[in-house]
Design a protein around this ligand. Structure first.
Ligand code: GMT
Length: 381
């Protein structure tokens, strides 16, 4: 199959899922064309089946707001026409689904029919998508897609609850590449971070408000009262400075390292004993899945789709959003005993194996086949 993939090329979860999916499809022999405004962060190797088409947005001085959606739609028309794509798969509804719809209408005038699959990832529905500035366009472009997937049952329900959707939404969960995300021998790194054998706690995110990164610092502060530990904060974003100030106020700076954006997250997770994800909303929690694949139990909120991943009392614990005392209590429970920690670690890996890319990739492939067959039969009607 010749598949065009549209996504945000950043470290955000939807971009990671889209890029890893494209890479895996290419390895399986499909021809995959990424159409994005920058080379996706994880598109880090060459393959004869992988293509990259950059979207260039005009900087014409009349425009206060560069017309990205228009540039994307134009590029989609071009790539579909000249690369003869079979299907477009757009990740994150805004503005990708509406740009794909526009491209599809233009392509019809050339006698080309291109089926569009839209994958909903999270804030495109639960935050910004609901905003009146986006809502009618998001609803329309979901309904106009030939296939729609959501990364959790929670997100699928939230989409039906918040928008007038007539389309069937299929749940295809996030996945992890277990050959990359697995425990790596990183003892020298562990020794450097925790020379006195302290427990290592990790948080990774894009440090936006929705991630409640300040909660991570509060949970860690409470944990320190019982368990010697170090905290690694991975990633960057608007809340990082707030967290750095909070560490100073709480006197915990010596025990916390802010590592910024990192490519080799799996190496950091390989030395971790606990992962903290206290998010306000989280449609799936890909970062938590990646931690679990590296045998790291998870302390999370019970928001959104997290209960579909983190099994309370087995792979970690969940608490109500903002209940940092309960999260700290659960963190102490896991970390205070080597035996308990070993049990939680094994269970975390066991759960992650259910989301192995080898399991999820064929689900996407058969979804594409189904969408293609349906669109061919609707053309013949
Ligand atoms: O909103 C974000 O955090 C970024 C967003 C994205 O689309 O880049 O992440 C969402 O998609 C991920 C991949 O499907 C999910 O694992 C995350 O849970 C989800 N984030 C939120 O819902 C907050």
């Amino acid at each position: 199959m010749k598949i065009g993939i549209v996504c945000y090329p950043t470290f955000g979860g939807s971009g990671v899922v889209a890029t890893e999916l494209g890479k895996a499809l290419a390895e399986k022999g499909h021809q995959v064309h990424f159409i994005t405004y920058r080379q996706p962060a994880r598109l880090d190797f060459f393959s004869e089946n992988l293509y990259y088409h950059e979207v260039n947005v005009s900087q014409y001085p009349l425009f206060d707001y560069p017309p990205y959606e228009l540039a994307l739609a134009s590029q989609l028309v071009d790539v579909v026409r000249y690369q003869q794509l079979d299907l477009l798969h757009v990740h994150y509804a805004i503005p990708h689904a509406s740009a794909a719809f526009m491209a599809k209408q233009i392509l019809k005038t050339y006698g080309i029919h291109i089926p569009v699959v839209t994958t909903l990832h999270g804030t495109d529905i639960t935050l910004i998508g609901k905003d009146p500035t986006c809502k009618p366009v998001v609803a329309f472009s979901i309904n106009q897609s030939d296939g729609v997937t959501a990364v959790s049952s929670h997100l699928m329900k939230a989409t039906y609850d918040n928008f007038d959707i007539q389309k069937e939404i299929t749940v295809i969960p996030n996945f992890v590449d277990l050959s990359r995300f697995s425990l790596k021998p990183k003892d020298h790194f562990k020794k450097a971070i925790a020379p006195n054998n302290e427990r290592i706690v990790v948080h990774t995110s894009n440090f936006r408000k929705v991630k409640r990164t300040e909660d991570v610092i509060h949970i860690f502060k409470a944990l320190l009262a019982k368990v010697p530990a170090k905290l690694l904060m991975v990633g960057d974003g608007p809340e990082r400075v707030v967290c750095e100030q909070l560490c100073r106020d709480l006197g915990t700076c010596e025990r916390i390292r802010f590592l910024g954006k990192q490519d080799a997250v799996e190496e950091i997770l390989s030395v971790a004993d606990l992962f903290i994800m206290p998010s306000e909303t989280e449609s799936f929690g890909l970062a938590a899945l990646e931690a679990m694949a590296c045998k790291v139990p998870v302390i999370s909120s019970n928001a959104g789709g997290l209960p579909e991943l983190n099994i309370h009392g087995v792979t970690g614990f969940m608490s109500a959003v903002g209940d940092v005392d309960d999260m700290a209590k659960n963190a102490i429970f896991i970390l205070e005993s080597d035996d308990k920690l070993a049990t939680f670690k094994a269970a975390a890996l066991n759960r992650a194996q259910q989301f192995d890319i080898a399991v999820i990739l064929p689900i996407y492939e058969s979804f594409y086949t189904q969408v293609l067959e349906q669109s061919v039969s609707s053309l013949l009607k």
